[in-house]
Design a protein around this ligand. Sequence first.
Ligand code: NAD
Ligand code: ZN
Length: 251
Amino acid sequence: MQPVILDNLVGELREARAVVVLTGAGVSAESGIPTFRDAMEGLWAKYDPSQLATPEAFDRDSEIVTRWYDWRREKCATAKPNPAHLALARLEEHLATPERGFTLLTQNVDRLHQAAGSRNVVELHGTLWVWRCTRCGIEREERTVPFQEYPPRCACGGARRPAVVWFGEMLPEQALKQAHDALATCDFFFSVGTSAVVEPAANFIYSVRHRGAKTVEINRDATPISRVVDWSLLGKAGEVLPELVRRAFGI
Ligand code: NAD
Ligand code: ZN
């Protein structure tokens, strides 16, 4: 079934000058990377992500937390960008002109946007491809899957943890600043594949609406912001986004 894209959205999008897109786990779902809600399968069914993705969990049992991340790294290592990632990369290429702008704010830690060719990507929650020493703070890319030890160790002897934002932790300052700069000037905002309940991302929609930017949500299900946005498109990101950019820009 063709996703329903309203003509007035297509017309307005063609006039957009500065587009900001916020993405969440739903955008990677069609690449086979489970959202948190769906991630607790098999071996991990008895756990709750809010008990694994915390600094306290890592302090208590760094081995089990690392093994869970290694399982997720394995899924991400073999995953390929899906039509939603590719459509966003095409949209950026089309809009990245001196007169226009495009910023992708992602809560995803899998780097599939970069793999698809997106360039102006702000990683709000870090990435599971970088690991940070809990003793000396040094960060290093860790692409080898699986790890040889749980947790992997730094040369200084400290345990390394994923450079992701865990429950209860602050977002990286630099990423947050980039996000706020983009949000302060955008005239079009998309929220795609995110449940829109986690702060501060949940707040983005209200700040851009307040400034008069046009707002669109693309999600498989209705969320708390579905009734707040100008256009709520219910459907899979991998179907709706390609159709939208094709209709608007022929790309
Ligand atoms: P979430 O609940 O915000 O994301 C799931 C959302 O995606 C839901 O609203 C769901 O309706 C929607 N969705 C699912 N499939 C979709 C599809 N095909 N098309 C459109 N929408 C779809 O996020 P979460 O899963 O609770 O994760 C919380 C945080 O955990 C993330 O923000 C991220 O930091 C991390 N995480 C990252 C990844 C990743 O990098 N791929 C995966 C899981 C979790
Ligand atoms: Zn160290």
